[in-house]
Design a protein around this ligand. Sequence first.
Ligand code: 13P
Length: 254
Amino acid sequence: MMDRLPFIAGNWKMNKTVGEALDLVRKLKASISEVEGVEVAVAPSFTALYAVYKELEGTSIHLAAQNLFYEEQGAYTGEVSPMMLKEVGCHYVIIGHSERRQFFGETDETVNRRIKAALGQGLKVIFCMGETLKEREEGKTFSVVGRQIEGGLRRFGEIEIKGIVIAYEPVWAIGTGKTATPDQAEEVHRFIRERLERLYSREIAQGIRIQYGGSVTPENIKGLMSQENIDGALVGGASLKAETFSKIVRFKEM
Ligand code: 13P
């Protein structure tokens, strides 16, 4: 089995002013800068990206944006382009988060276009997917996630897929305190990896990191990370405090 570097990312969603973001990032630098063997990223809101980037310079913590638009420039009021994100120091961009799909009309097709635009600008992508509670209860988890993978990755070859990290985030577990059990998450992660193998190759599928997201805490991270196909976490609520996020980053020490 291939060794995949664990990857813990904090999605701050629509939280934190620039001042609050800087305060958090300074605390994170102090608490996790010497942690090795784990990749770490934080995703502040657009307005705080540049200030956080400046604060992170010289550290190994990567900067991520939470979304982008797929056009290069033009009359798209309120949108942000891939180049704009690159310019303010982003390394990653989160694409296809369920909150974007739910509240802002994102579809597999627009997710696909966004991923393409991000990769074209040299950004790495955290590509999110996951089923709703209703879909799970109707036994549709695998068909929904399968459709999201194939739709989001449509027309991408081996070069593109290497710039992508997948985040499996069951919608019913986001912000609810109801984490998927390690077994429930592992079942879907394994399904995702098998689908990647079918779409690409065994070697490629083994190399792609799949994060879990949905009510991740310092208490449940260890159990999740002990699963064979769980390679990291996309953390929402618990990433807003240095104390909880750094404990999650330090999961190996538990
Ligand atoms: P919570 O950790 O708050 O459940 O959010 C998860 C998430 O949506 C991360 O992208």
